[in-house]
Design a protein around this ligand. Structure first.
Ligand code: HEM
Length: 201
């Protein structure tokens, strides 16, 4: 990673711009709440599905991520779906879940990158959440918590690759703003959606 850039790097801008939103969402998610039981966890993962499903679909249909990012390896929806199945939802129930209609706008490669930053970064916190859910609910990858460890042993590798990819973009200021705006919108819309599904504290 080059750190000699005269302007703040894209990753630095993303971190600065989304830090407060991350903290706010983290505080409201019930993973560490005493209230976390299997029923709430199931509703929470169903709500995640309702957001990831249309968002991932858009990212892929638009194909706005240029080649160079191993995007097919980064699809998380099948794992989320398998978790819901393990948690007792059949295909019909999963297909009937409400999905979010108010999504961050993805109208450029820069915007797609900003959305991807949030979805990729979430796999890091997932490592902590995975442990919590194992301790509190006794769930593992085969019983409904695979999504929290979606990349398994490749979590660190994939994140490094993503950062490298960001670093290689060489975006100008306007594009950088598009990326950070999309990342912020992703946090905002996700929180709003989870709120509407009544799974936040
Ligand atoms: C209670 C829930 C969460 C906890 C405890 C948590 C915790 C963390 C931690 C500890 C990191 C840093 C990991 C590292 O540097 O190795 C991280 C990074 C990150 N998380 Fe979360 N997280 C949570 C939820 C989320 C959610 C729901 C999203 C987005 C949908 C998210 C997006 C991100 C992003 C984008 C980063 C990367 C920040 C960077 O640029 O380094 N997190 N999270």
């Amino acid at each position: 990673m080059s750190s000699a850039a005269p302007h703040p790097s894209l990753i630095q801008a993303l971190r600065t711009e989304t830090a407060t939103l991350h903290i706010a969402l983290e505080k409201r998610l019930p993973f560490f709440s005493e209230r976390l039981d299997l029923a709430l966890y199931r509703r929470l993962m169903a709500a995640y599905y309702g957001f990831y499903q249309p968002l991932e679909q858009r990212l892929h249909v638009l194909a706005l991520i240029p080649t160079g990012l191993d995007q097919s390896l980064r699809v998380k929806l099948p794992v989320l779906r398998a978790d819901l199945t393990a948690l007792g939802l059949d295909d019909a129930a999963i297909d009937a879940l409400p999905t979010c209609q108010a999504l961050p706008r993805i109208d450029s490669r820069a915007a797609a990158l900003g959305v991807s930053y949030v979805l990729e970064g979430a796999t890091l916190g997932g490592q902590i959440l995975r442990r919590r859910v194992a301790e509190q609910l006794g769930l593992d990858a085969s019983s409904g918590a695979a999504f929290l460890d979606v990349y398994g042993e490749f979590t660190g590798r994939r994140w490094k690759d993503f950062l490298q990819y960001l670093d290689d973009r060489n975006l100008d200021q306007a594009q950088t703003l598009e990326v950070t705006n999309a990342a912020k919108a992703t946090f905002t819309y996700f929180e709003h959606w989870l709120d509407s599904q009544e799974v936040l504290l």
